[in-house]
Structure formats: structure tokens, C-alpha cells
Design a protein around this ligand. Structure first.
Ligand code: GLC
Length: 779
């Protein structure tokens, strides 16, 4: 029928598609000029800005549609510094350099080569450079060196080294079993680090559209592209992997120091459904002397899944419950999802509609989607007014003593074919309206911002804790991240290690999987091995799904319970060490749990080591990750390593066979270094009264420096000096061990008045010497 109308002479989809498929290169440089800290290149087909942020960080922005927009970032917190940039023209190439990085811009066509100051290639464009397509896509091609290894990309399945993979960034709720090709997941961190022969550099692609990183198509080049927006990316010059993380978190921000209780053990289940059940749970932990800091309340605590309500039949007096638990040393963290039930008689929904706070289509209709409560509306967190309102709603929780919130389903997840909100929904975006297609990936991030800032305002100087499922680059500023709906599979325990390590390399230090596995039924052996790992992962929560077997630490009885108690207590014994590392994460951005390559970037054996990890720079964990296994190969990097369980020393740069029965997690400390530990007292007495420093005597004439940090663990008083920061140095010589107080700062007065020094591996004729004074006696 349509063939009888003008439709018969429609230009045709095919032709349009063909045109849209062609990449338009930016073309030759027609003219360029200096602009403050940067340069603007007018090319034949696009404009490109180059902007220096520090001597080691440079930003490239290509806009196919006109002048590059430099103030559009949703996440970058840094501003360009005043810098001296040298400019030089050699034939067809314009050179721009700081004392750390050199940009070589070839003019015809525009091609960028970035080297370090010694001429070592970082990023190189060859036959292809920056381009775009008519459909709005922007892309860039970079050459791939045969020795390049890739890390980061946030929350991805698979192995540590991402070479040969292709990843998409589009926050997605995935309940289907996560496997090596399940992509994307809940978080979008469009950032990676390249490691080549011991030196590293990084790229942060600051684009909130759906992005793709393709390291798979070819072995000689890689690309990154986005569905829309500008090609806006930062080059981080490294040159060490740690420097890249510091540079990345300089741009996207660092995690605030979490409260100590949030670093403790969390127990969760979908769901503990009544006050009685929660009380019973708490009492069992206390009776069994298993440490517990947090109980999570999953969706059943609410009245018909309405956020900011309690089901008063099941939870008649939440305030009393929270107080009782608090007296037992336990906090409650309730879940809060973004979906607000469509119900004209429900206050949050009424306000959202009446004050015009929900996401809408351009024509003005509210977007509704199905989630737990049924038909729901979604707050538009892209608007400051909405974020303030949402934050303020949390007095519902903070007024009754709650200090932490769990944000879930904030991709946002919607039970429909696309799994999310309609991409044509129009967001307010603080006055610069744009579609969900552009802002989808920051929806969860902005919900986190709204929640964290609201909580902080309400908690009168106490540190809030926020846990989130979805996020974007920079999410570390507001929330810890758990890795979503895994399963009780050994494979998922294995996969969680590289996933958490890559999250750490992506600036997000406070992460962990559901210990024991969420879906599927766990078993005694699996949950024991998983709890051993959990004791050393930054975020430590046991969580399981509705309909699966209960998996609290005592559910498998006998030796299983005993071993889990041992490892959960161990988490608290190691707390001073772990807390010091969290402090380092909050100041430098470095992860708590680290792949070995971060500490040993010159050791190729560490480049894809998936089943071992480090806590800080001197403790290595090599867990058992398969059923019935009690022996495993452990690669020891440079140095000598003392096995905690046996006291045996192993030589570095070799692989050893290590034996570990079910009750043993192989932990190794590097000789010549030290760790800080306290004792497990009881659930109400978590503030350490005793502090020990264990020095592992070792290699001669080498010194090791570290920072022991402590504070009240609960408030922001540390911002005004109420902390203890001891910089200590350990030196081993033939005479023995010397411990030197290099520096001491802060005025925090801990319960312990001394640090007990314990030297392991001292020969009979050797002595221990303490240099320098501290107000905390080292004895
Ligand atoms: C989602 C979350 C899970 C939670 C469940 C019910 O599946 O990922 O952790 O228990 O929703 O709220």
C-alpha cells in the first residue's frame, strides 16, 4: 500500500546506514592557537582542544560539532594547574611538552603521538586517529604494542589482564550467571591502565554515553568509542602503575575515610524479615563470639517496598531495635532503591509528583517502570533540587540512629526488555536538559551523591557509610561498591579476585563480592574458603538470595563454624593494618587490595596473576579457590616471604608449593617489613586497648618505611587534628633490627598507650633498638 505513496521514493534505510557507517577523520590541521593552558586545533572536519592539567596529565577533546566544550564533566574535580608548556614546530609536527610528557601533533592529517620526556611511546596514532560518524559516534584508534598489558575498566568479569577483550560501559542489572563474557555489568568506569615493560600510563575517557573499549579486534591497535558526545579523554603519564592511579584519582577524587565499623564484618540476607529474626541473628553472633558490625535490611523491611517506610507489623519499633543492636556493637544498614511506588496515598510519591521531581519524557509525562514495588517513578538525580530532596528524605533513617545506607537497583534497573529506563527520557541535568541515553551511566553515581551528602548533613559529624551497586568513574567519593548478584560457585570466588583488583586499579578501593555467593546454594567448604578471602578483601559482607540455603557463619556447624569465627576475628586483629591502608587509599587513591603487579611492575610473572593478591605493599595472600584442594602453587615475588601459619621462609622470584588444610589461608609477609595488629576483645569492645607491631627481621641494610594511622574511627574529628599518624622505619643489619620513629603527627589519644614491638626471626646475638621518640611508647 505504501508503495502507492511518496514512501515509494524514500531515500531508503540502507543508503542512510551506509553513510552513517563511514568514519569521518578529523582531517588536516588548518590552524591552531594557544588558549591559556591549552591549544585549539581547527581541523578540516572537527575541532580539537589539548589542555594540560599537570605536568603528567593532559586532556584531549574532539568535538565534531564545533568548539570543544570543556566544562561538561560530571565527575572531574581537578582544574588545570598553571604550567609552563614548551611549544616547538619541527616540519609537519607541533611539539607540546611539559617536563614529564611530550605531545607530537602531526598536522596532515591530525595525528597524535604521546611520549614521555625520554621519548618512550605512551599513545601512538597511526593510519587512523580521531574520527566520528554521522550517527553521533566518536572514536579513536591507538597502536597496541606487543608488550602492552591492560588493566582497570572497573567492574568486569574475566582475568586481570584485559588484552584481547572488548568491553562496554552501560550500567546493567545482570542476574543471569556472570561468566567471562557477561558484559556490561552494574558499574561504568571508562578508564584503563597500560603496563609495558614495567612502565605504565593510563587513559580516562570522560564520556557518559555508552562507550566501548575494543582490545580484541586487532593485535596491533585498540579503539575506544562512544555513542555520542565528545571524544574527551585524559592521558595519565604514570610512569609507575601507582602514579597512574594517583593521577586518575587526582581527576576523579578519592574515597573519604570510611567509619571503622564499615570495614568490619557485615551480615546480610534477602531478607531478614522481622525484628525478631534480626534480634535473634544479632544475639547468635554475640553468643558465638563471631564479630559483627553491620546487619543489612533488604527489601522486606519496607511497607510494600516503599522506600522511607517500615512495615510496622514486621518491624513495630525500629528505633528500639536499632538502639539495642547499637548497644551490642552492631549497626543497621537498610536498602534504599530509586524506584518510588506509584501510589497517590504514599507521601514520597505525592511529594515527587507535586514538587515535580521524577524523570519525565520531553512531553511532560512521568516515566514509569516496574521494580519491586510494582509501577514506580524515578527521581531525577541529575537535578540539584531533586538530589537535595532525596538526601533530606534520609532523616527518616538518621533520626532513628541509622548511619549507613545500601543503594541498589540504581543502574537504574527496570523489569522490562531493555532492563532500564527509556533512553529518550529527558533529564533536567541542572538546567541543561538531555536524554537518558547520555546520562544513564551517571544515574547511580548521582543517586550516591544525593544520598551521601544528605547523610553527611544529618549525622552531626559522624561519617556516613554508603554501599552502591551502580556507579561511574568517581563513585569512590560517595560509596563502597559490591559486585552484585554473583552465585555460590567456586568459579565466582575465583573471578572475584581479578574483579576486585581491577576495581582497585580503577580508583575504587572499597569493594567486595557477596561472600558465600548470592544466588545458588552455598556449602560449608565454599563458604569457609570464601570467608578466608573475605577477611582480607576491602569490603566484607556475607549476603544471600531469597530461596537459597541460609549461610550465616554457623549454618554449616562444627569445624566450618570454628574456622569462620577464626577468620572473621582475624579481620579485627588485622584492623589496624587494614585501617592504615584505608587511610592511604583516602589520601593517595591507592587500593587496599592490590594485584602483585602494582608492587612489582618489573616482574612479568605478576602481569596476569589472578589468584594471589597483596594487602598493602608487604602482605601477600594466596587463597585456596577450588574444592578439595589443600595444596597450591604460590608465586613469591622479589624478597623473602614468611608464611604466617608455619613461620617458614620462602625465597622470592620462585614458585613454591604451599599446603593449606581447610582451616588455613596462606598469608605471607615480606621479610624486613612490619605489620600492625591488635587483639579481638568482644563485639562491644572494638576500640583497641592493645597494639602490636610485628617486625619480620630480614634482608640486611634495607629499610622499610610505613605509616600507621589511627583515629576515633567514627567522626570527622580527624579533619581537625584528632588522629595519630606515625611514620616508622624498620632497618635490619647484622646487629639486629632498628625501629625509628621518623615522624609523628596528630593529637588523637588512643586507648592503647604503647605499641608492643615483637621481632620475628631475630638471631640470638642480635638486638632491637628503638630510635626517636613518640608519645605512644614503643616497648
Ligand atoms: C538485587 C540485589 C541484591 C538484593 C536484591 C533484593 O538483586 O543485587 O543484593 O538482595 O536485589 O533487594
Amino acid at each position: 500500500m505504501l508503495q502507492d505513496t511518496s514512501f515509494a521514493i524514500h531515500p531508503g534505510k540502507e543508503k542512510q546506514n551506509q553513510k552513517a557507517l563511514i568514519y569521518q577523520d578529523v582531517g588536516k590541521v588548518k590552524q591552531y592557537k594557544k588558549t591559556g593552558n591549552g591549544f585549539l586545533f581547527i581541523c578540516e572536519n572537527a575541532q580539537v582542544a589539548i589542555l594540560f592539567y599537570t605536568n603528567s596529565i593532559v586532556r584531549i577533546v574532539m568535538n565534531p560539532k564545533g568548539e570543544p566544550q570543556l566544562d561538561k564533566s560530571k565527575v572531574v574535580v581537578a582544574n588545570p594547574e598553571q604550567l609552563l608548556i614548551k611549544e616547538q614546530i619541527i616540519n609537519d609536527t607541533i611539539m607540546l611538552k611539559t617536563n614529564r610528557i611530550k605531545l607530537h601533533v602531526q598536522k596532515a592529517p591530525f595525528r597524535l603521538k604521546v611520549t614521555d620526556r625520554r621519548g618512550r611511546n605512551l599513545l601512538v596514532e597511526g593510519a587512523r586517529g580521531m574520527a566520528y560518524r554521522e550517527n553521533g559516534e566518536v572514536a579513536v584508534w591507538k597502536e597496541m604494542d606487543k608488550d602492552d598489558h591492560f588493566y582497570g575498566f572497573g567492574e568486569k568479569t574475566g582475568h586481570l589482564n584485559k588484552r584481547g577483550e572488548r568491553y562496554e560501559m552501560w550500567n546493567t542489572d545482570v542476574y543471569a550467571p556472570h561468566n567471562p563474557e557477561t558484559d556490561p555489568l552494574y558499574e561504568s568506569i571508562p578508564y584503563f591502565m597500560t603496563l609495558r615493560q614495567g612502565k605504565a600510563h593510563g587513559v580516562f575517557f570522560d564520556n557518559t554515553f555508552r562507550t566501548v573499549f575494543d582490545l580484541k579486534k586487532s593485535d596491533s591497535y585498540y579503539t575506544f568509542s562512544a555513542e555520542g558526545g565528545q571524544l574527551d579523554y585524559y592521558i595519565l603519564a604514570g610512569p609507575e602503575p601507582k602514579a597512574v592511579i594517583e593521577q586518575y584519582t587526582y581527576l576523579t577524587g578519592k574515597m573519604p575515610l570510611p567509619p571503622k565499623w564499615a570495614i568490619g564484618y557485615h551480615q546480610s540476607r534477602y531478607s531478614y524479615e522481622t525484628e525478631k529474626e534480626v534480634r535473634q541473628l544479632a544475639t547468635t553472633f554475640i553468643e558465638k563470639d563471631i564479630p559483627l558490625d553491620v546487619i543489612h535490611l533488604d527489601i522486606h523491611y519496607m511497607d510494600g517496598y516503599r522506600v522511607f517506610t517500615f512495615d510496622h507489623d514486621k518491624f513495630p519499633n525500629p528505633e528500639q531495635l536499632i538502639k539495642e543492636l547499637h548497644d551490642m556493637g552492631i549497626r543497621v544498614v537498610p536498602i534504599v532503591d530509586p524506584g518510588v511506588k506509584k501510589d497517590a496515598e504514599y507521601k514520597t510519591y505525592q511529594e515527587g509528583v507535586l514538587k515535580d521531581l521524577f524523570c519525565k519524557y520531553i512531553e511532560g509525562e512521568i516515566f514509569y517502570g516496574d521494580v519491586w514495588p510494582g509501577t514506580s517513578a524515578f527521581p531525577d538525580f541529575t537535578d540539584q533540587k531533586v538530589r537535595k530532596w532525596w538526601g533530606a528524605q534520609h532523616t527518616f533513617y538518621t533520626d532513628i540512629g541509622i548511619e549507613g545506607i545500601w543503594n541498589d537497583m540504581n543502574e537504574p534497573a527496570v523489569f522490562n526488555e531493555t532492563k532500564t529506563m527509556d533512553v529518550t527520557v529527558m533529564h533536567r541535568n541542572d538546567g541543561e536538559q538531555t536524554t537518558h541515553r547520555e546520562l544513564h551511566n551517571v544515574y547511580g553515581f548521582l543517586m550516591g551523591k544525593a544520598t551521601y551528602e544528605g547523610l553527611k548533613e544529618q549525622l552531626n559529624g559522624k561519617r556516613p557509610f554508603l554501599l552502591t551497586r551502580a556507579g561511574f568513574a568517581g563513585v569512590q567519593r560517595y560509596a563502597a561498591v559490591w559486585t552484585g548478584d554473583n552465585r555460590s560457585f567456586w568459579e565466582h570466588l575465583q573471578m572475584s579476585l581479578p574483579m576486585v583488583m581491577n576495581l582497585g586499579l580503577s580508583g575504587i578501593p572499597f569493594t567486595g563480592p557477596d561472600v558465600g555467593g548470592f544466588a545458588h546454594d552455598t556449602n560449608g567448604e565454599l563458604i569457609v574458603r570464601w570467608t578466608q578471602v573475605g577477611a582480607f578483601t576491602p569490603y566484607f559482607r556475607n549476603h544471600s538470595a531469597i530461596g537459597t540455603v541460609y549461610q550465616e557463619p554457623w549454618q554449616f556447624g562444627g569445624k566450618h563454624e570454628e574456622i569462620m569465627r577464626k577468620y572473621i576475628q582475624m579481620r579485627y586483629i588485622w584492623m589496624p593494618q587494614i585501617y592504615s591502608l584505608f587511610h592511604e587509599a583516602s589520601t593517595k587513591g591507592l587500593p587496599v587490595m592490590r594485584p602483585l603487579l602494582l608492587e612489582f611492575p618489573n616482574d612479568k610473572k605478576t602481569y596476569n596473576l589472578n589468584d594471589q593478591f597483596m594487602i598493602g605493599d608487604n602482605v601477600m595472600i594466596a587463597p585456596i579457590l577450588a574444592p578439595s584442594v589443600t595444596d597450591r602453587a604460590v608465586y613469591m615475588p622479589k624478597g623473602e616471604w614468611v608464611e604466617i601459619e608455619t613461620g617458614k621462609t620462602y625465597a622470592g622470584e620462585q614458585t613454591h608449593l604451599i599446603h593449606a588444610e581447610l582451616d588455613v589461608l596462606p598469608i605471607f609477609v615480606k621479610r624486613g617489613t612490619a605489620i600492625m595488629q591488635t587483639e579481638w576483645m568482644s563485639n562491644v569492645k572494638k576500640s583497641p586497648e592493645n597494639m602490636s607491631m610485628h617486625v619480620f627481621a630480614g634482608a640486611l641494610n634495607e629499610s622499610y618505611r610505613f605509616i600507621f594511622y589511627d583515629d576515633d574511627g567514627e567522626t570527622f574529628a580527624y579533619e581537625n587534628g584528632a588522629y595519630l599518624k606515625l611514620e616508622l622505619e624498620v632497618t635490619c643489619s647484622e646487629h639486629g633490627v632498628e625501629v625509628t620513629v621518623v615522624n609523628e603527627q596528630g593529637e588523637y589519644d588512643p586507648l592503647y598507650k604503647e605499641i608492643k614491638l615483637n621481632v620475628i626471626g631475630l638471631a640470638r646475638n642480635q638486638k632491637v633498638k628503638i630510635n626517636g621518640a613518640s608519645r605512644i611508647n614503643i616497648v
